[in-house]
Design a protein around this ligand. Structure first.
Ligand SMILES: [Zn+2]
Ligand SMILES: [Zn+2]
Length: 216
């Protein structure tokens, strides 16, 4: 171990990486700890390691997520890909699959989170059903949170080969975010990026207004 090691190494589990934000930081960003966030954390750190990149400061990395669930927040925290910068593309395919593309090296990896053996799954699904329908009592909610904690911990410690399938792929990165000029919508008068204008009966309108016109 080198001299500049700090205390953080003592707490580090084998899957955390000092160059990336910790799982706790992801939890602070996301608002709660959950198995989905842990899956995203594992996928993001594994993908970054395979690409050999640190957390970027801007648009050097692109992520394509095939789920819009909790895991995406860990992806944003770890990879620095965010929807605001346009380098996080989220498809609601309901699949825990993330593709990371490095614009610098031209390399890309596809990370699939496998269905991990989870004896608690059935009990958790039943509890979630009762909580969502409002029929669970306080004790059940507590038990649910405890189970979630156990499963999350397992996700964080599960051997990578068991949990993830990481492979190099060939894919071209999407175009960088462009800067648009704003024009006023002919219908609502609100400023809108010119590239998002639609022309309806010769009038330049925003997409929400265009939808209203078409519906009428
Ligand atoms: Zn969550
Ligand atoms: Zn409008």
């Amino acid at each position: 171990m080198c001299e500049n090691n700090t205390d953080s190494h003592i707490h580090a589990n084998p899957h955390t990486h000092d160059e990336y934000p910790s799982f706790d930081e992801c939890v602070r960003f996301h608002g709660h700890s959950c198995p989905g966030l842990a899956m995203g954390y594992r996928a993001a750190t594994a993908g970054m390691r395979r690409l050999g990149v640190k957390r970027p400061y801007d648009e050097e990395l692109v992520c394509i997520a095939e789920t819009d669930a909790c895991g995406v927040d860990a992806i944003q925290m770890i990879t620095g890909c965010t929807s605001g910068k346009g380098n996080l593309i989220v498809h609601d395919y309901g699949k825990h699959v993330f593709t990371l593309i490095s614009r610098e090296s031209g390399r890309a990896v596809r990370i699939l989170v496998r269905q991990v053996e989870m004896p608690e799954r059935e009990a958790m699904d039943e509890m979630r059903r009762r909580i969502l329908s409002g029929t669970a009592d306080e004790g059940e909610e507590h038990a649910f949170r405890r189970l979630m904690g156990i499963v999350t911990e397992r996700m964080l410690k599960c051997p990578e080969t068991e949990m993830l399938e990481v492979r190099d792929i060939e894919i071209a990165p999407p175009a960088k975010a462009r800067i648009f000029t704003s024009v006023a919508c002919a219908c609502c008068g609100e400023p809108v990026a010119d590239a998002r204008i639609e022309v309806i009966d010769g009038a330049r309108v925003c997409i929400p207004c265009a939808k209203k016109v078409v519906r009428r």
